[in-house]
Design a protein around this ligand. Sequence first.
Ligand code: SF4
Length: 456
Amino acid sequence: MIGVESPNNGKLFYNFNLEKKVRKNHPLRKLKEILNLDFMYNLLKDKYGYNGNISVPPPVIMKMMILLFLYNVRSEREMMETIPERLDWLWFLGYDIDEEVPNHSVLSKARKRWGEDIFKELFNRVVRQAVEAGLVDGEKIFVDASLVEADASKNSVKKLDDIKLDEQYQELVKRLDERAEEGVEGSGKINQEHISSTDPDATITSQSGVRQLSYKVHRSVDDRKEIITTCSVTTGSVNEAHVLEKTIAEHEDVVEAKVGTVVADSKYGTTENYSALKEKGIKTHIKDLGASRVHRGDVFGKDRFAYVAERDVYICPAGKELQRRSWNRNRQWTKYRIDKEQCASCELRSQCTNDKNGRSISRLPGDDLIAAGRQDAASEEGIKDLKRRQHLMERSYAYGKRFGYKRARWRALWRVSIQQLLVILRGNRLGILCRNFICRCRMFLITLNLRLKPEY
Ligand code: SF4
């Protein structure tokens, strides 16, 4: 017999148990079972007053933020509107079915009150847990940076000269001065003269010919199980090479182990980085920035010329010697040259030089360090690491794309920083290793320094 739909008039009383409504194998059930955020009370005790309104408990707010990223909900408003409709979320958060859910603004207010440091502390606790679980070795790290599109339209960019009469002018000039004090380099002069009125922390960058307002996220990934050990965010125009030392220091601090090898692309291959890392006895599996630039043309790069310290000469690809000719006091370089007749009759000339006086090489004060770094990168281990780096770092960032790391959810540097930390918590390497949802939930637990199961 066919059933007929009856009008739903609603009952006056319900015999209802939220606990029973959440299926036994629900991923959030596992998460709730081992989730213990009580440590937050201690961390945040100075951030709340002793009198006045009672706040939403910080662990509940953190659970909401977890849901936001775990389910990749587009906005906080949407999430708070959805919570009363989702029995599993209500149960997970500890709300009853008829209990009122706080306003969406509670999340942004909490972020403001807690600040970035709390999230950083949570992140570091996770890494330490991963170290204790033997997932992090700490000796070899892979480093890379990626641009994050700011939550601001290009139309918000103003040229300071054009808005002198605007109310915002003084405020924006102040922010520009702060940027200069923070050592933020501009992409050319553009960031010294232009600023976004919507998000003044973001700067204009150009990638593949497309200009956009950006931030830059910097990560280091440990070699053993590809756990992300550090994450920092700068404005988009900061050169990643300048963040390398800070990244290494942060990694060593949290992992409590000395870095022995750094693997990175040629953008990090500056004299300053080679010098700093060699001083600390760190192997640099980093390609030389100068060499990669020269190779863009048809001319042999400096890396094709071998320096022979005993005789103080360079040997060119044709096996001829370039002798020391002059020293530039201002620029602190020594010039090495070959007789023009030798180049004139050389078969490799078209690939080597267009100079009618023959090829020359300038030797700079940091060249020894660059040469040592280049040697490290050209070793068997270095070549293997550099090949691995491409897949490893791409995987790390590609996984974060699913959770929206490429676009800022919020405005201002500190908020973007929180977002990136939460994205990493969501997508750290364990999530990749264990592709199912439950394992990703477990990654959250590790991330939030919760009870680490022995199997991890
Ligand atoms: S062009 Fe001159 S410097 Fe270059 S490979 Fe030939 S001889 Fe050597």
